[in-house]
Each structure stands twice: as structure tokens, then as C-alpha cells.
Ligand binder design. Structure first.
Ligand code: LLP
Length: 439
């Protein structure tokens, strides 16, 4: 397993993160446990701020990757903005006293109640996904006597090479206004005509876990080319260009993602060039990274339970978590790395497969991972699990969702409590007629 951030092997020969012995973390907080490396999380925020804020740029963290009150506080301290996609994410941010003036509200089907919530909070931007939303936003903004500053989300028709479920830039997508068929232009016209709407710019998001930079340059050209057409047609001038998130991260051997600096260089280069080509002023450039900030900063700890050896076939090493806390391998065939936290340099390396404990054959965390000889009670650490794990976790099979700890300089602080069995039935109700039934 490649080490990230503050990971190292300590004097006891254990994996350490943020100055905390992971075996000790597992003992104190239990497993499965999400461990968030504060220093690396902050460093990833700063890498984006350095690369984008130095020019005319703005960085919003995509809350969908991982969001809770403590994470909102870290983001606020680092001066980032926040992209939220639901009333729940917005509520979390507001409860954490994250300034609404740095929040962008996304979503392809915002409910009127969510739109109202965003307007009342005074979010910085609504990223409007479709014409229907535009009408609702306009009427609610008018009713509340507010003005909504918006970006229009466009589908630029770009196919980035990533898993089809997380590809979003192509024309056949549930997201955004299509450019070639005139829908996007209709969006501009209506935005300019409707009361309570101020059109600031254009948005697109071409996908996630992207390792190539050229699609960002291509998206820039498409959006600014469209901005030029829109200016010719309506006189409106683009002020902001939001290119979404998507930068890939290292998950396993062979992954070689571009740096944040090279992403910034590509984007700013393409923006300058396209602005000149189309005779437009250079707009404010916004990016929305989620995975590349949270992903590498997270590690999940598990305890090894049953080991099932099928001679000549494979050895299944079952741990106390799985698709409930990390659905990515089952959903996308995502591949992770792991080590034995209490013996990262142990002897007797063998190839095993890490199994989850849900009632699904597909609940496998890692197929064919090389680990030192493993036994019941060992602590296994799976790296780069900071993004799209906790935020996509479920209670399938009624397993309580794990806790999350924030580690830094030898201190570990609980930032999400482990769910209890009582939490699992908290919302269950039994109709009166069933309560009296005896067996
Ligand atoms: N902005 C928008 C509008 C997005 O839809 C997304 C991600 C992002 C920003 C952040 O993208 P990132 O930098 O994290 O790649 N559950 C999938 C990923 C879904 C991404 C959805 N949108 C996974 O686990 O791989």
C-alpha cells in the first residue's frame, strides 16, 4: 500500500496516521472506523487555493464527496467555498456556520422547498440545471423579494474516460442544458428575461476520477464558444466559468493522476486562449473538487474475522465492514489498496481477497490483495477512502454506520459517532393494530 499524507510506521511497527497509532484508534473507537488525516485534508485544500486563487479563480469543495459539521469547519478555516446539492448538505453547512455567501447550490431536481431554503439562506449562486428550475427559482425569488445569482449548467458534449456511471459531460445525460440543440441558448434568454434572476455565468462538470487534462481545455472552449454566441444573440457577457470537479486520485498501483497545478495551468491557459479567440473578457474561473481533496485523506480500519480458504481457488478474508461503509467496489468495480495496520511489514505475504459481511457475493472490498499472513483480530487499513464512502454509506443488512475520527499531531477526535442499534430503529413505527399481536 502506498502511504499518503502523515502515514508512517511507528516505533511499535504499526501504521500511524496523524501521529496516532491506528491499532490504538481501532481499540478505542472500534471498527469499522473512518480515519481522516486533517493535515492532508488541509494540504489538499491549500494546493487548490494556491493553484486557483492566485489567478482569477475560486475553489468550492464538492460536499457530496464527504460532508459533516467538522469538515465544514475545516473548509471554512481554509477559505474554500462549498458546493451543495441538497437541502441536507445545505443544512449541514449552515449548522456548521459555513458562510452562505460561499455556497453554490447544485442539483438536477431541487425541490421548491430546497430552493426557498437556499434563497432564504442567501447562497452565493444557484447552479440552474434546467428551464423548469429557472421558472420556479424566478417565482420564488420574486415572492421573497430576493435576487438569485445563477450559473447555467450546460452539457458540453464531452466524453471523459471514466466509469459510465460517473460520466456527466455527454449529451445523453440527465444533467444540464444541451448546447447543440438550442436549449442552452433558450436558458440564457429566459434567464435574462425572468425577474429575480441574475445570470453570472456558465457551469459544466464532465465527470469524476478523470486522469486526462485535455477534456477540461475542450470544455472551456465549448463553454466560451457558446458564451460568445450568447453575447452575439443577446448582448449578455459571461462573468464566471465553473468547470466542476473531477480530478482523479491515486487508488492503486499504476494510477498516476495529474497534479492540481497542472490542472490549473491547463484550465487557465485554455480560458485565456479561448477568451481571446472569442473576444470575451477573461471570466472568474471556479472549480469544484471533491474526491481530490477528501479521498487521499481518508483511511478505513477494519477488524479481520472469518478466514475462509478454498485450496487451489482463493482465500477470503472477511472484515467487519464492506459495501455498507464503502459501496464503491460493488458499484463501480473500484480497486483499493490495503495493509495490515498492526503488522504492515509482516512476513509471509500471500494473495487474499478482502470480503465484506453483507449478504451479497458482490460485497467484496478488494479482490486479490497481497498482505502478510493475516489472522482473526488483525486490523486492516484500506487507504484513499475519504471520498464517496461515508457519504454513500447505507444501513443495508441493518449494520450501523461507522464512526469517523479526525487525527492530527497525535490527537484523535470523534467527528461522527458510530450508529447504535437504537439508531437503526429510531424512525420505525408500529401501527397500533400490530402492537398488541402476540406470538
Ligand atoms: N461538481 C459537480 C457538479 C459534480 O457532480 C461532482 C461530482 C463534483 C463537482 C465533484 O467531483 P469530484 O472532484 O469529486 O470528482 N460516487 C462516485 C462519484 C460521483 C461524482 C458525482 N459528481 C464515485 O464514488 O466515484
Amino acid at each position: 500500500m502506498e502511504f499518503h499524507g502523515t502515514m508512517r510506521i511507528n516505533e511499535r511497527g504499526h501504521l500511524e496516521i496523524g501521529g496516532c497509532d491506528t491499532v490504538e484508534l481501532a481499540r478505542v473507537f472500534g471498527t469499522p472506523l473512518y480515519v481522516l488525516d486533517e493535515e492532508l485534508f488541509r494540504e489538499n485544500c491549500r494546493a487548490y487555493q494556491r493553484a486557483f486563487a492566485k489567478e482569477n479563480g475560486r475553489v468550492l469543495y464538492a460536499g457530496k464527496a464527504a460532508l459533516n459539521l467538522a469538515i465544514c469547519r475545516l473548509l471554512d478555516e481554509e477559505g474554500l467555498g462549498l458546493d451543495v446539492v441538497s437541502g441536507g448538505e445545505l443544512y449541514t453547512a449552515l449548522q456548521a456556520r459555513f458562510p452562505a455567501s460561499r455556497i453554490y447550490f447544485h442539483g438536477n431536481n431541487k425541490s421548491p422547498a430546497e430552493i426557498r431554503m437556499g434563497l432564504e439562506a442567501g447562497v452565493a449562486r444557484f447552479v440552474v440545471d434546467n428551464l423548469d428550475e429557472l421558472e420556479v427559482l424566478s417565482s420564488l425569488a420574486t415572492e421573497l423579494g430576493r435576487e438569485a445569482e445563477i450559473l447555467l449548467r450546460l452539457t458540453p458534449g464531452i466524453e471523459a474516460h471514466t466509469h459510465e456511471y460517473i460520466r456527466t459531460g455527454q449529451i445523453d445525460s440527465k444533467f444540464g442544458l444541451v448546447v447543440p440543440n438550442g436549449q442552452a441558448m433558450e436558458g440564457v434568454r429566459r434567464s435574462l428575461a425572468l425577474p429575480g434572476i441574475i445570470l453570472r455565468g456558465l457551469h459544466c462538470h464532465i465527470g469524476s476520477q478523470i486522469f486526462e487534462l485535455e477534456p477540461y481545455a475542450e470544455a472551456t472552449r465549448v463553454l466560451l464558444g457558446f458564451a460568445r454566441e450568447a453575447r452575439d444573440a443577446t448582448g449578455w457577457t459571461i462573468e464566471e466559468l465553473d468547470l466542476g470537479g473531477g480530478l482523479g486520485i491515486y487508488y492503486h498501483e499504476g494510477d498516476d493522476p495529474p497534479t492540481v497545478d497542472s490542472l490549473a495551468e491547463t484550465i487557465f491557459g485554455a480560458v485565456r486562449e479561448a477568451a481571446e479567440t472569442y473576444g470575451l473578457p477573461v471570466p472568474l474561473v471556479t472549480v469544484e473538487p471533491g474526491r481530490s481533496i477528501a479521498g487521499p485523506a481518508g483511511t478505513t480500519l477494519y477488524t479481520v474475522g472469518t478466514i475462509k480458504e478454498i485450496p487451489g481457488v482463493r482465500t477470503y478474508v472477511a472484515v467487519d465492514g464492506g459495501m455498507g461503509d464503502n459501496p464503491r467496489p460493488a458499484l463501480y468495480g473500484a480497486v483499493y489498496e490495503a495493509c495490515v495496520a498492526n503488522r504492515p511489514l509482516g512476513e509471509g505475504e500471500t494473495t487474499v481477497s478482502l470480503a465484506g459481511r453483507c449478504c451479497e457475493s458482490g460485497d467484496m472490498l478488494i479482490w486479490n490483495v497481497v498482505l502478510p499472513a493475516v489472522k482473526r483480530g488483525d486490523i486492516v487499513a484500506v487507504s484513499c477512502t475519504g471520498a464517496y464512502t461515508y457519504s454513500m454509506a447505507s444501513n443495508y443488512n441493518r449494520f450501523p454506520r461507522p464512526a469517523m475520527v479526525l487525527v492530527r499531531e497525535g490527537q484523535a477526535e470523534l467527528i461522527v459517532r458510530r450508529e447504535s442499534y437504537a439508531d437503526l430503529i429510531r424512525h420505525d413505527l408500529v401501527p397500533a393494530r400490530l402492537r398488541e399481536t402476540t406470538l
